[in-house]
Ligand binder design. Structure first.
Ligand code: SF4
Ligand code: SF4
Length: 236
């Protein structure tokens, strides 16, 4: 699953799995906010860029203030509530991450590009209503406006696999490791430190190297981030 749903000692059980986009599914969220607590919300650079835009800050600031593990997960407070959860609900609702949009579904995708969904047992106290309207998983994806998020998740996952293969190869290959050391580039430190997750920082390096203007639109910036990562992976 791209986005683990929970970091509880005992994760919420799965009701059904192997669902595809045509599988009947219908759910109405009542916004009771129970599911914004006691979770581990994984995010990718696109999701961070959307949050950063929502908050009018850079991705560098967003990662430092609101995430853990170099921008891999949203922070939760001492009461185990998401850092974006307020009395009126989610502060960043329009740009909430994919996992929040999909819930109570989770999406899986393997290296062959096969996709399937699971339906997670709802939170204790969840006020959501099932089966009010006829519908299918595809309708839920449309309603939650996830298509750009899904595309971004797939693209970053592919890049992540390539980076992991590269680092593994470097670690196992002495000659390759020496070569990498000699290169000593900013890009390599981005990979090794996990700083590649910081879209603004990575794109700024890429733009500076090529005397390109820094893109302001999130979708344009993400495309340049992909280009930069792909280029650096190929160069390594
Ligand atoms: S717990 Fe259920 S009803 Fe409440 S916000 Fe989450 S999905 Fe919606
Ligand atoms: S980002 Fe918003 S929807 Fe997602 S867990 Fe946090 S408060 Fe809830």
């Amino acid at each position: 699953m791209l986005h683990p749903q929970s970091n509880r000692a005992a994760p919420l059980p799965i009701r059904r799995t192997g669902l595809d986009r045509q599988t009947p599914f219908s759910f109405s969220c009542m916004r009771c906010l129970q599911c914004c607590q006691a979770k581990k919300i994984q995010v990718n650079p696109y999701e961070i860029a959307r949050l950063a835009r929502n908050l009018s800050i850079s991705t560098t600031q967003c990662i430092a203030r609101y995430t853990t593990e170099n921008g891999s997960y949203l922070k939760f407070d001492d009461e185990n509530r998401c850092i974006f959860l307020g009395p009126q609900g989610c502060h960043v609702h329009a740009d909430r991450p994919l996992v929040c949009r999909l819930y109570p579904l989770g999406r899986h995708r393997n290296e062959r590009g096969e996709e399937w969904f699971s339906e997670i047992e709802p939170e204790a106290g969840c006020q959501g209503k099932y089966d009010r309207e006829p519908g299918a998983v595809e309708n839920w994806l449309d309603d939650q406006e996830v298509h750009r998020y899904l595309q971004a998740a797939d693209n970053y996952l592919k890049l992540l696999w390539e980076m992991m293969a590269l680092l593994e190869q470097g670690g196992n290959d002495e000659e390759g490791a020496e070569e990498a050391d000699r290169a000593g580039t900013e890009e390599k430190s981005l990979f090794e430190n996990g700083e590649w997750m910081d879209m603004d920082a990575a794109v700024r390096i890429f733009c500076t190297q090529r005397a390109l203007p820094f893109p302001l639109d999130v979708e344009d910036k993400m495309r340049m981030h992909h280009d930069a990562l792909q280029f650096w992976i190929q160069q390594s």
